[in-house]
Ligand binder design. Structure first.
Ligand SMILES: Nc1ncnc2c1ncn2[C@@H]1O[C@H](COP(=O)(O)OP(=O)(O)OP(=O)(O)O)[C@@H](O)[C@H]1O
Ligand SMILES: [Mg+2]
Length: 241
């Protein structure tokens, strides 16, 4: 989605209700955007994928990130509020206001770096991708449906965490796999596939989005997959497709 500074700062919006006398005359009124609101409330403000925003948006942040945390709302001139008529609102952030931003490194496909001016105003925290087997296994186990398992559950797990991680360890040691990055999102995609395909099997009488045939109660259900087959197809979906 294209973001412009008005999405952050606010803008003139059509007046919908004409209940009170004062707004009776106005067609448009100023509406604070999320950044301005967070500054007034002293709230936290998260900018996801900051490096994908337009420079025109980002340069408005520079003054907010200075020590006096100030924003000149030039757009609001003539916004209709009597006390601000003809003046530019100078907004200072309330206590507690904090800005967080996330981005992927500039080297990634289609990503750019932040300008040095903006980058200097943040404290940078580099988050490496988690490769810890125990962590990834527990993320998989947490996300897999509790009624599906690959083998006996004596160790208290579904068996999917270990099986998926065994595959990943083998795959990333192959020539093709060495050139591939396997992200948590890939693992979760695989898990979601298993959850959906085994859902039908876990409750054969429940209509599901995958059943196209209304008469499914009398015919064998073509879409049902055993956990093992769903596991294999999930791997194909994520790593071949
Ligand atoms: N430590 C974790 N514990 C549990 N789940 C996690 C953890 N880290 C990531 N995930 C899962 O991975 C998914 C992707 O994480 P997230 O959306 O935060 O990634 P991202 O860094 O913003 O990725 P992108 O750069 O693509 O935007 C989340 O939906 C979450 O379920
Ligand atoms: Mg993200």
């Amino acid at each position: 989605m294209h973001t412009e500074s008005a999405d952050f700062l606010g803008g003139l919006r059509p007046v919908r209700s004409h209940e009170d006398q004062e707004s009776d005359q106005k067609l448009f009124e100023w509406k604070d955007g999320p950044l301005v609101q967070a500054m007034r409330d002293g709230a936290m403000f998260l900018i996801d994928e900051i490096s994908l925003a337009d420079d025109s948006v980002l340069e408005r942040l520079n003054s907010v990130l200075e020590s006096d945390r100030m924003l000149l709302l030039a757009e609001r001139v003539g916004g209709g509020d009597g006390d601000l008529e003809g003046e530019v609102e100078k907004l200072e952030a309330a206590d507690g206001f904090q800005v967080f931003a996330t981005m992927n490194p500039g080297g990634d496909f289609g990503k750019k770096e932040l300008s040095p001016a903006l980058r200097n105003r943040f404290t940078e925290i580099w988050c490496p991708q988690s490769r810890d087997r125990a962590d990834l296994e527990s993320i998989i186990e947490k996300n897999i449906r509790s009624d599906i398992h690959l083998r006996n559950t004596q160790d208290g797990t579904s068996g999917f965490g270990a099986a998926i991680m065994d595959f990943i360890e083998w795959f990333t040691s192959t020539n093709v796999g060495k050139r591939t990055t396997v992200s948590i999102r890939d693992l979760l995609c695989w898990v979601r596939f298993i959850n959906i395909c085994c859902e039908v099997m876990a409750s054969p009488n429940t209509p599901s989005a995958m059943e196209v045939d209304d008469d499914s109660s009398t015919k064998p259900n073509q879409t049902k997959l055993s956990p093992e087959v769903a596991f294999v197809h999930g791997a194909c979906l994520v790593f071949i497709d």
